[in-house]
Design a binder for this molecule. Sequence first.
Ligand code: COA
Length: 158
Amino acid sequence: MIRPETPADYEWIRALHTEAFAPSTLEAQIVDDLRAAGDHVPDLCLVHEHGHVMLSRGRVDDHPALGLGPIAVTPTHQHQGIGGELLRAVIERAQATDYTLIALLGHPTYYPRFGFRPGHELGIETTYTAPPEAWMVLPLPAYSSDVRGTFHYASAFP
Ligand SMILES: CC(C)(COP(=O)(O)OP(=O)(O)OC[C@H]1O[C@@H](n2cnc3c(N)ncnc32)[C@H](O)[C@@H]1OP(=O)(O)O)[C@@H](O)C(=O)NCCC(=O)NCCS
């Protein structure tokens, strides 16, 4: 039910993000730009029949780390647990990699249930101006406490 994306999915994925984030088209553009730059992590870009999540290469200073986003579920299928299924699946796959953590900017009431914590608790800062509780990280098995500093997303992120 949940699997890595393939080129046959790209058009549908663009339409999904365009619809889920309307009127913003920025997120759909970020998806395309991440792939064009080769900064997405193909094994960690997952589709469900009604949703998509993308992880891309970032860093905390010299430590490899992952940026989560965009994630979207078709508006008519939201609040049915699909976003949660996608998140649990992508976290499980990320735990088998050498990346140190996953970082994201998002709703502070949603992501903590998957293990995300405020970035400032671990000394991980963002370059974005955002409410502190919206900036979150999830340490992965390769994390250690010397991973501290500013998280940098791939260049497709504005
Ligand atoms: C965010 C999103 C991916 C969640 O997918 P989903 O399948 O609806 O999520 P789930 O069914 O697993 O979980 C639903 C919970 O998500 C949380 N949630 C979803 N959207 C939210 C929002 N805009 N603000 C706050 N919480 C939100 C709520 O806690 C909700 O619980 P409820 O159903 O009891 O209200 C989906 O709502 C979506 O595509 N939204 C539009 C795009 C977007 O905002 N993406 C995330 C950017 S951070």
